[in-house]
Ligand binder design. Structure first.
Ligand code: GH3
Ligand code: MG
Ligand code: MG
Length: 571
């Protein structure tokens, strides 16, 4: 029997990390084998000799191990199995010998097993392979089979030595472990998917929030731009000087302030019996362009009137057929309804929320306020330039106008007529019929004079029962003729007071003209005044043309008798 290097045989390590118990078994078997070998070597040293004895030791050792132990000749024909193998398989050495053992290998594992064995035989390398072996009861268990060549001192393979370790439990444990790992992996994958979904949801929510914020910011920006535009319109409206300017400016601004809201503006006429649409924007369709005020609830009530789409409670008949929500808001000035602004919702923005309503009402409010301001300004101006009793321009206005007209005449090299008119014996009316009757005479005279002049002429109450007429472009002769005509017509005037005629009223007229009687208001005034004085002196009820120019120096030195009393106002 060749020398067998058992230490080398048993020194290989079992590299099956997951199966700790199998490793432990191999370590125990190795330890026993090592012990037996050492004993054998010791026996050798002690003089034990001969193959039989060594074989005895080997077999004793092999029978004591819990694994299946086998050996094969250098060609791979198995020639030894320990008892464990017979016990497990229920087969005999004769049945297992050579390649007989292959019948108990599980058919699914046989190809791998044989491939390994053949490779080892060809290369002479040790090998490991796992396969199932059939037990005597027909069931299969997993085994780890390890084969290793045993070489003589010349390096020739003299034997193959192998072990088959039952790893069924470890395999089972490994399967359990793998199942657990798989289960855990699935759980982790689920958790991961859920987390990813949550993250996606959060991302979506965040992006929605961002979009909402963006929309809100955009909305805020639009609102503030709109408010700025409204303020700008307010400023402009304050500078308008009449109603037409106000409405035109508001209609110009409306499409800028409400670009997405079609609308229209309608105004009551002077009789307040009709309302007329004066303009619209953004293709606002209103069926009626002229309608009665009663056709609009806003005009009737003086309050904004909102009609919701499909709400038939109180629609405005002037908007009959308008399907969308609409708002009519009155234009009010000092409590008086002047007209209304009409706004329509669109299919794109079908609603009008509360802030929209208040903004639109503010728009109409601005228009009304501007008209009210203009009215106040006009009233103030009228008060400051009109004489309250006669309604004619007052002396202050006369001064301004004469100044301006003289300059214009000088610039245009045109004439300018100037009449100073005084009622004759007016004091008698007061004394005979009372002061109120005197007032009536003054009012009727004012009306008469206003009617008796051209559109471009000015008639003013100079004070008391004295009046002045300025005749732009009129020369001296036509001015005199105008004065004469007024005098004659005045004689025909019948003035009634408390159902009674106050009798004939006559006037005296002094006539002066630019440039003949002066080039300044003072000179003209003094010349006309002097002529009036002459008319009075001449017997009244007459027209006297100023005889000579009265210079400023003459006015100041009191050369003109009547003018001296009035010159203070011209200085
Ligand atoms: P003459 O023909 O010289 O002009 O005589 P006269 O009476 O018209 O002139 P006079 O200056 O003597 O009197 C003018 C009167 O006019 C005196 C004044 O009481 C009166 N008078 C002035 N203003 C008013 C007014 O607003 N209402 C009334 N009823 N009388 C006025
Ligand atoms: Mg007088
Ligand atoms: Mg008089």
């Amino acid at each position: 029997m060749p020398e067998v290097n058992l230490i080398a045989l048993l020194s290989g390590s079992y590299d099956y990390g997951l199966v700790g118990l199998s490793l432990l078994a191999v370590i125990v078997a190795s330890a026993i084998a090592l012990f037996v070998v050492r004993r054998a070597m010791a026996s050798q040293k002690g003089g034990l000799r001969g193959g039989r004895e060594r074989e005895f030791y080997f077999q004793t050792m092999a029978e004591g191990l819990p694994e299946i132990i086998w050996t094969a000749d250098p060609n791979g024909a198995d020639d030894y199995f320990n008892r464990k193998c017979f016990d497990y398989t229920g087969l005999t050495l004769e049945q297992l010998r050579g390649t007989g053992w292959t019948v108990i290998v599980h058919p699914d594992d046989l190809a791998v097993c044989l491939a390994k064995w053949e490779t080892a035989l060809r290369t002479g390398d040790p090998y490991d392979v796992e396969y199932r072996l059939r037990a005597r009861d027909g069931t299969f268990r997993w085994f780890l089979c390890r084969g290793k060549p045993i070489r003589n001192s010349g390096g020739e393979i003299v034997k193959w030595f192998g072990t088959c370790t039952d790893i069924e439990n470890q395999k089972h444990n490994q399967q359990v472990l793998e199942d657990q790992i798989l289960e855990r992996t699935v759980q982790l994958a689920d958790t991961n998917t859920r987390l990813q979904e949550e993250m996606l949801e959060k991302d979506f929510a965040r992006s929605e929030l961002d979009k909402q914020n963006e929309r809100m910011l955009e909305d805020l920006k639009k609102r503030s731009e709109r408010a700025a535009m409204l303020a700008k319109m307010g400023e402009l409206l304050q500078s308008c000087i009449n109603r037409d300017e106000v409405f035109a400016a508001a209609l110009g601004y409306a499409p800028k302030i409400f670009p997405t809201v079609p609308g229209a503006m309608a105004l009551l006429d002077a009789s307040r019996n009709l309302t007329e649409v004066i303009g619209s924007w953004s293709d606002c369709h209103l069926p009626a362009l002229v309608f009665e005020p009663a056709a609009c609830w806003a005009l009737r009530t003086g309050h904004p009137h909102l009609v919701l789409a499909d709400d038939s409670t109180a629609p405005c008949s002037h908007a009959e057929g308008v399907k969308n929500t609409y708002l009519c808001t009155p234009i009010l000035a000092q409590g008086e309804t002047l007209g209304m602004v009409h706004f329509q919702a669109t299919d794109e923005t079908p609603k009008m929320d509360a802030s929209e309503l208040s903004f639109k009402t503010t728009f109409a409010g601005q228009v009304g306020l501007s008209i009210a301001n203009i009215r106040l300004r006009e009233a103030l101006r009228t008060q400051s330039v009109r004489d309250p009793l006669s309604g004619l321009y007052n002396r202050r206005y006369l001064e301004e106008t004469l100044e301006r007209e003289v300059r214009r005449a000088a610039r245009a090299a045109q004439s300018l007529g100037f009449l100073m008119i005084d009622l004759d014996h007016f004091k008698n009316f007061n004394d005979t019929y009372g002061h109120d009757a005197g007032d009536a005479v003054l009012r009727e005279t004012a009306l008469f004079l206003a009617k008796g002049i051209r559109a471009e002429d000015f008639v003013c109450r100079f004070g008391g029962e004295e009046f002045v007429v300025i005749l732009p472009t009129a020369d001296l002769e036509s001015s005199r003729a105008r004065g004469e005509r007024l005098r004659l017509k005045m004689r025909e005037l019948t003035i009634m007071y408390q159902g009674k005629s106050l009798g004939m009223v006559t006037i005296s007229v002094g006539v002066a003209a630019f440039p003949e009687h002066g080039t300044s208001p003072k000179e003209l005034m003094a010349a006309a005044d002097a002529a009036l004085y002459q008319a009075k002196r001449g017997g009244r009820d007459r027209v006297v043309v100023a005889s000579a120019p009265v210079t400023d120096e003459a006015v100041i030195s009191g050369a003109s008798q009547s003018a001296a009393s009035k010159s203070a106002s011209w200085s």
